[in-house]
Design a protein around this ligand. Structure first.
Ligand code: SAM
Length: 365
């Protein structure tokens, strides 16, 4: 199969079995054809720029108990922290001065008023305190703080955040139930994704790849879900067990296979959704030292360099072997630029890098 044949196949939405077939594929020639087709699609619809979102994991306090996650509330071995507002603002200013253009505020999940108003205030302050001649509207802000009420989403949007990442994790109801406690439901996640649209966000979602019991057909359904619901952005990566969680000793596919599937998911998402933003996630790099570069060459166009203050990073371990835990943010910046250039792409500076899918469709950034 050639890249042109893959492109021809994706002129329409291929059936589930075809997508699952690609996810099972191990022939290097076919994988290369899919990669090339995804790269061609990316360059045609989005161009060659790679957008940075500085990642600030500002708190690991979490009220949820996801079976896979290292910061789940029942993991008593984690030292809980919340970064002070001043330190968050300082990291945001550094991000603006390093020309990243955008940041992501991520944390464990809380819905209490103290938390909601803290996030709201942080967003307002970051927006106003990062305005400059090169960023006349301040940094672009993506939030990743979990399921919230419609009213809360509206408050966050009103404060100035304009993108939101909420992973569905898996669209398979049975698999969702096995990896989450019964209080958490797929329906409520779907409802929140709908609320996010209503609140005017660019909406991102994603799944974990290589979960115990997950089949290529389930991942194919996830891809079809991405396409049907018209999301603007995707962040997905391999599942990596964390020893202090209920899923810590679950049998998983070998690293190489999870990486291969993770890359194939990026390529297929690109081929199906064309002009969306897709992140090459840190979890990919945890399994393969050049995982993120490979992610870029399989169709991703977003990277999330670490900006969490160093002293807190070791306490935000969602999974084991998380990369960049002890790297200064300056080193991270240089390292990433080299990695982007290695795969023949360019770093976008001082740009929000909004999803073209959003601007072409539903509304204003
Ligand atoms: N609490 C927010 C939420 O749920 O959207 C944001 C933080 S949450 C830790 C961010 C993402 O980390 C989750 O959506 C999940 O996909 C990912 N994650 C957690 N544990 C993981 C693991 N063991 N392996 C891979 N990804 C994991």
């Amino acid at each position: 199969m050639t890249a042109d044949e893959v492109l021809e196949l994706f002129r329409f939405v291929p059936p589930r079995e075809t997508l699952a077939g690609f996810l099972r594929e191990t022939d290097p020639l076919v994988i290369e054809a899919v990669r090339e087709a995804a790269e061609t699609t990316l360059l045609k619809y989005c161009g060659s720029k790679v957008y940075y979102r500085g990642l600030i994991e500002f708190s690991n306090i979490c009220t949820l108990d996801c079976g896979y996650c290292g910061i789940r509330k029942s993991n008593t071995l984690v030292r809980r922290y919340t970064v002070s507002p001043e330190a968050v603002i300082q990291a945001a200013k550094w991000c603006a001065e390093a020309h990243y253009g955008s940041l992501v505020l991520q944390s464990g999940e809380r819905r209490d008023e103290e938390f909601v108003s803290m996030v709201e205030t942080l967003v307002r302050r970051i927006k106003s305190e990062t305005v400059s001649s090169v960023l006349p509207r301040g940094l672009g802000i993506t939030l990743c703080v979990g399921e919230q009420s419609l009213e809360t989403f509206r408050r966050f949007r009103e404060a100035g955040a304009h993108r939101y990442l909420l992973r569905i994790e898996t669209t398979n109801p049975g698999l969702f139930r096995t990896i989450h406690p019964k209080e958490q439901s797929l329906d409520s996640r779907l409802l929140c994704l709908d609320y996010l649209r209503q609140a005017g966000f660019q909406v991102g979602t994603g799944v974990m790849i290589g979960l115990p019991g997950q089949t290529p057909e389930m991942l194919a359904d996830d891809l079809l879900f991405y396409r049907e619901h018209g999301f603007d952005m995707f962040g997905m990566g391999p599942f990596i067990p964390h020893k202090d969680t209920p899923m810590g000793s679950s049998p998983v596919m070998p690293c190489g296979e999870r990486t291969r599937m993770g890359l194939m998911m990026i390529a297929l998402a690109r081929l199906l959704t064309k002009n969306t933003n897709i992140a090459a996630t840190t979890a990919l790099q945890a399994l393969d030292p050049v995982g993120r570069e490979k992610g870029l060459s399989f169709g991703a166009n977003v990277l999330m360099p670490q900006l969490t203050p160093l002293e807190f990073r070791e306490n935000y371990l969602l999974y084991e072997n998380k990369p960049c835990v002890d790297e200064e943010k300056e080193d991270c910046l240089n390292c990433l630029r080299r990695r982007v250039e290695m795969v023949g792409r360019e770093v976008a500076l001082d740009e929000w890098g909004d999803s073209l899918h959003f601007s072409a469709g539903s509304g204003q950034p």
